[in-house]
Design a protein. Structure first.
Lengths: 186, 477
């Protein structure tokens, strides 16, 4: 499959796309405002994947390499569209009210992702990069052109807000003193 | 990554759940990637789109031409007296018979020439053939066409006919045609048109003749005006013959087919449920469907015709299920031999629920039928025909409740639905020939060749419609 992709063979590219696109769309969806934006990000990301396939060294997991490209693509799209910059405002973020009607208690993974997407774009992006994609605050600061301290503070606030959302959705319970959060078993 | 990935309970929860989250992208994403990576190759949908647009343009163009002819013919048909016509704009029809009353609808432009208006026109003529005495007693109030009522003795005296009207020169050739014949003869008892160039001044047929010498463009018009003279003062033997040609090889058919729609299931994977087993687990019923369109037929031989047209098709079936407490339902999918699952919330199931619900699976399609028609038996009046066609189609709208892997729940997953497909159509029909049209009626079967779902879904669904086609056909001109 990799060999076919390197030779620009459409069937091999489609096979690779079919294998990784569902998970990568899930990644894009966490960054994007809606599904359409996520699909645009996915399309752009996979075009980069196929055009830069020769740079893959076979030294790590292919999925991780693709995911990294897709995440960077998402960030670039957000920065290009100024969607990220427009929504980093922390004051604005604090005024977010949860709509209880949107809360579903069925699919935990979907609920968690949807909960993340309830966060303001700036919070969401930092949280996605730090907590899920594993970037450091220094890397995030470089990627997003912000101060490292800003990344830290946004992450702290994002985490607090997300905890609040997840508690309201009954996905996690309120933490007791000196005890961590407990995920509810569904 | 530079940092040690610090995880607390929340972060591990987020990571764990976020990594599990998958979504099926729509087909357009891959199409976009494909077109970007392989710009030299044409995507089938582009060709289909071009063919679709081209067909619409051709059909529209041909229909427009046909409607122009129809307008002219309708004017004749509305005449109470066969062959007598009163044309719009200064075209006045005279009948060579005496004491004829002519009443018909005529298309008359307004003074600003921007729109046309249908106006009932009634003219009463008294024109003895030999004496040519003409009296018009009624006038057209809409356009100001006024007959002075002066009597004329012969063709020369028609100068006294004054027509005050804001109209311009116009050459109408009224073609008297009937579908039974490929050519028609206009005789003196048919109609005669007079064109008036200056609406506000007196005009005569002679003036018109002077200014409208026969040439290649107005030869027919000139002939008709000669008919006028012949009708009033010339010998009938001098009357020219106007021949209208048509192409009997091409005909247009408009049809409507109410149908009963259902689906058939087949499996891509032998491990998945068979059709019979599936029917035991689900309760699905046929629904009403509809098919409408137009087809151009071109005669290849005496018995064989080539078909090409445009069609809209609506197919549907109903799913009897129950409203249930929302549960997670899983679709078993397959991507290039790699099985994976997609979970989604389901509100409907086959098991016990709070209330029964009737779900509607439907597909609205636009297609381009291409096929053949064969005459099995019959004569010119009644025929038995069979036709078959292939129809590349585009799904304009659809709704599908997809059965979950365990066959217990229904999920909506639009990304699994095909937008492009192909269907086949087979039918027989009896055609009856009336004066102007050819009527058709007969049974037909419409079958969707490829599955409604993408190849990732193991179950293949094919719509099938059993219908009765009602058609009306007319020879194109």
């Amino acid at each position: 499959m990799l060999h076919g992709c390197l030779n620009n063979i459409a069937s091999a590219q489609e096979a690779l796309y079919n294998r990784f696109s569902p998970r990568m769309l899930g990644v894009c969806y966490r960054f994007a405002r809606n599904r359409e934006d996520a699909e645009d990000m996915l399309q752009e990301g996979f075009i980069k994947v196929f055009s830069q396939m020769h740079q893959f060294r076979n030294q790590g997991a292919l999925e991780g390499w693709i995911r990294r490209i897709v995440v960077h693509t998402c960030i670039n799209v957000l920065k290009k569209n100024k969607k990220f910059a427009d929504s980093v405002d922390l004051i604005h973020a604090n005024s977010i009210h949860l709509n209880e009607n949107n809360i579903h208690s069925i699919l935990q993974a979907k609920q968690v992702v949807e909960s993340i997407r309830l966060l303001p774009m700036g919070y969401r992006t930092v949280l996605n990069l730090y907590a899920i994609e594993g970037f450091s605050h220094k890397e995030i600061a470089a990627i997003l052109d912000i101060e490292e301290s800003t990344s830290r503070s946004q992450y702290t606030r994002a985490k607090a807000m997300l905890e609040d959302i997840l508690i309201k959705k009954n996905i996690i319970q309120k933490p007791r003193m000196r005890m961590g959060l407990t995920a509810l078993t569904k | 990554m530079e940092r040690e990935f610090y995880t607390n309970d929340l972060e591990s929860l987020l990571k764990e759940n976020a990594d599990q989250f998958k979504m099926i992208p729509s087909k357009k994403v891959w199409h976009g990637i494909y077109n970007d990576l392989h710009p030299g190759r044409r995507w089938p949908s582009a060709l289909m789109s071009l063919a679709f647009i081209f067909s619409l343009v051709i059909i529209g163009h041909l229909n427009t031409q046909q409607s122009k002819h129809s307008n002219s013919t309708n004017l004749q048909n509305n005449s109470q007296l066969k062959g007598t016509a009163l044309q719009s704009d200064a075209n006045i029809g005279y009948n060579t018979n005496s004491e004829n009353k002519i009443s018909q609808r005529s298309v008359i432009p307004q003074t600003d020439k921007t729109e046309e208006k249908l106006t009932d026109v009634a003219v009463k003529n008294t024109i003895p053939f030999a004496n040519s005495e003409l009296t018009n007693t009624e006038k057209n109030y809409e356009t100001g066409v006024i007959n002075t009522g002066e009597k004329t003795k012969n063709g020369e005296e028609t100068k006294n006919l004054a027509i005050r009207n804001n109209i311009t020169d116009l050459e109408y050739i009224n073609r008297f045609t009937s579908p039974e014949f490929s050519e028609t003869v206009i005789s003196p008892v048919d109609f005669i048109n007079v064109n008036i160039n200056d609406a506000t001044s007196e005009a005569t047929n002679d003036d018109f003749l002077k200014h409208n010498e026969p040439n290649e463009n107005n030869a027919t018009s000139f002939q008709v005006n000669k008919v006028f003279n012949a009708g009033i003062g010339m010998e009938p033997a001098h009357v020219p013959v106007l021949k209208v040609h048509r192409n009997p090889n091409v005909s247009w058919t408009y049809y409507l087919s109410p149908s009963v729609s259902y689906r058939t299931y087949s499996n891509q994977d032998a491990n998945i449920t068979t059709n019979q087993i599936l029917d035991k687990d689900v309760t699905q019923h046929p629904s009403a469907g509809l098919e409408a369109g137009t087809i151009m037929k071109y005669s290849l031989t005496k018995k064989l015709k080539f078909l090409w047209g445009f069609q809209a098709n609506y197919s549907a079936y109903s799913v009897q299920a129950n409203n249930i407490h929302p549960v997670m339902a899983t679709l078993l999918l397959n991507n290039g031999g790699l099985p994976y699952t997609v979970s989604s919330i389901s509100f409907y199931g086959n098991g016990p629920g709070s209330a029964p619900v009737n779900l509607h699976n439907y597909s609205l399609q636009l297609s381009l039928p291409v096929g053949l028609e064969y005459k099995i038996a019959g004569n010119n009046g009644v025929q038995l025909n069979a036709s078959a066609s292939l129809q590349p189609l585009f799904v304009v709208a659809n709704g599908a409740y997809i059965l979950s892997g365990d066959k217990k729940n229904y999920i909506t997953q639009s990304s699994l639905l095909h937008r492009w497909n192909m269907s086949s159509n087979f039918g027989t029909f009896i055609s009856f020939k009336s004066t102007k049209f050819n009527w058709q009626i007969g049974p037909q079967v419409h079958y969707q060749l490829f599955s409604s779902y993408s190849s990732a879904y193991p179950l293949r669904e094919h719509f099938i419609d059993y219908g009765i086609r009602f058609g009306i056909s007319k020879i194109a001109r």
